[in-house]
Design a protein around this ligand. Structure first.
Ligand code: GLU
Length: 475
């Protein structure tokens, strides 16, 4: 371990569920600190819970990190594959007299706990095999290996976020390192892996703060270097209560499907528990330049969809047209049922993107607002749009269309023609624009209608207008 070299950080998810928002923030902070310092960001999949770890969850975690752009260095390390190494460390501690075999049966332990409960004492292992001579061990009986932990004094976690957190050693019992079937416990695996991976900084949720005290005891027993700890306060809902699904406790891919951009997610997650003055909009480059461990907040962050929406709207406006078309195309392609955009639809989308992006908070909103571009023919009408066309709009179109047809097909040219037409007919521009919009988009709101005409192209636009004019001027 080289404490003097560059920092080495890790993200260590358990693939028993998907990558949720709290995990994504932990990953982001580790990634940012590694990128800020020129250090490393490693990925460790903690797949030792064989029952609950699934390949689907592993795939979803990797996919979520990739989508967020949190690239890790080297290959992911799989914890379960390292069980022998974990066992070897337990054996070493045993040989050094820093661990011992405990033969207490399940029934004995149950009785011990029942007694402690009855006496109102905290329930913990009482060390009954700690000092017994191994020769007293029952022959062939199963045993676990426990750490011979310090019994007095205190263990102090020097935490960059939480300050010094003190644990009385008498409250930390002799934890199990190897189970009776020889499998390593989570505590043992984490400490050994962090050492072998040369981890210098451990940034994770504060639900692991108690574990840190126990892990420290093990680190000390091995005489290994102590990493820098930073335990992040959990993310709460907007009401201050535990984060619920409705308030954002979702898997990362749910955010992708709701139409958030990875840049917006990174910015938002960064602000959930880290600050740089009053800055809200922080690009990834700025975040890498500024990120530090000192500015991690000490109180729980609150999840707020409004802020996320605002940031997303910002990044939607800041992203190039071509990239936005790709994002929307990909989103629609993943939908059920999938919408596959052909070249015509994509080029219309590209043309209208500058106008569309101004209005959208999410890619979903943007895609829905652009729906009328994706199919040929006059789109279905909302009741309001139908009303506009039926109550005089169709007649306006019947007169206007022949004039538009001879115009140069640019937003400017078309607007000039429409204005001239309105003036001649003693109407306001809006009275002309509304039926145009209704016929072209099927709705009463859309991007500027002259941009819509251009995006659809002359042929398609005239055909939609002609169809609606004919349908609304028959009687
Ligand atoms: N695997 C643990 C979890 O997903 C994290 C362990 C750690 O970061 O030390 O909560």
């Amino acid at each position: 371990m080289t404490q003097t070299g560059q920092p080495v950080l890790r993200f260590a998810p358990s693939p028993t569920g998907f990558l949720h928002i709290g995990g994504a923030r932990t990953a982001l902070f580790n990634w940012l600190y590694a990128r800020h310092t020129g250090g490393k960001f490693l990925l460790r999949i903690e797949d030792t819970d064989r029952q609950r770890s699934t390949p689907e969850a592993i795939a979803a975690i990797l996919d979520g990190l990739n989508w967020l752009g949190l690239n890790w260095d080297g290959e992911p390390l799989y914890q379960f594959a390292r069980a022998r190494r974990h066992q070897a460390i337990a054996e070493q501690l045993l040989a050094e007299g820093k661990a011992y075999r405990c033969y207490a049966t399940a029934q004995e332990l149950e009785e011990m706990r029942a007694r402690q409960r009855a006496e109102g004492k905290p329930m913990r292992y009482d060390g009954r095999w700690r000092d017994r001579d191994p020769s007293e061990a029952p022959a062939e009986a199963p045993f676990v290996i426990r750490l011979k932990a310090q019994q007095s004094g205190e263990t102090i976690v020097h935490d960059l976020v939480q300050g010094d957190v003190r644990f009385a050693n008498e409250n930390l019992d002799d934890m199990i390192l190897l189970r009776s079937d020889g499998t390593p416990t989570y505590m043992l695996a984490v400490v050994v892996d962090d050492f072998d991976m040369d981890i210098t900084h451990i940034i994770r949720g504060d639900d692991h703060l108690n574990n840190a005290a126990r892990q420290l005891q093990l680190i000390q027993a091995m005489d290994w270097p102590v990493p820098v700890y930073g335990h992040l306060p959990l993310i709460h809902g907007p009401d201050g209560a535990k984060l619920s699904k409705r308030h954002g406790a979702l898997a990362v891919d749910a955010y992708r499907e709701m139409g958030y951009l990875p840049e917006a997610m990174r910015n938002y997650l960064l602000r959930l528990g880290w600050s740089h003055g009053d800055d809200e909009t922080i690009s990834t480059e700025q975040a890498i330049g500024w990120f530090n461990l000192e500015n991690i907040g000490r109180s729980p962050a609150r999840f707020d969809f409004k802020k996320l929406d605002n940031l997303n709207a910002h990044y939607i406006r800041a992203t190039g047209d071509e990239t936005m078309v790709q994002e929307v195309t990909a989103l629609l392609g993943r939908r059920q049922p999938a919408v596959i955009l052909d070249d015509v639809a994509r080029s219309r989308l590209l043309l209208l993107m500058p106008a569309l992006r101004e209005r959208a908070k999410t890619l979903v909103e943007l895609a829905d607002g652009a729906d009328f571009l994706f199919r040929e023919g006059a789109p279905e009408l909302t009741p309001e749009a139908a009303k506009i066309l039926a109550e005089g709009g169709g007649t306006v179109l019947a007169k206007l269309v022949p004039q538009l047809a001879v115009q140069e097909w640019t937003a400017k040219g078309l607007e000039t023609a429409a204005r001239a037409f309105a003036e001649g007919a003693g109407m306001k521009l809006g009275q002309v624009a509304q039926p145009l919009r209704a016929a072209l988009t099927g709705r009463t709101t859309s991007p500027p209608v002259f941009d819509v005409l251009v995006a659809l192209g002359q042929k398609e636009a005239l055909s939609r207008l002609g169809a609606r004019a004919a349908a609304n001027t028959k009687n």
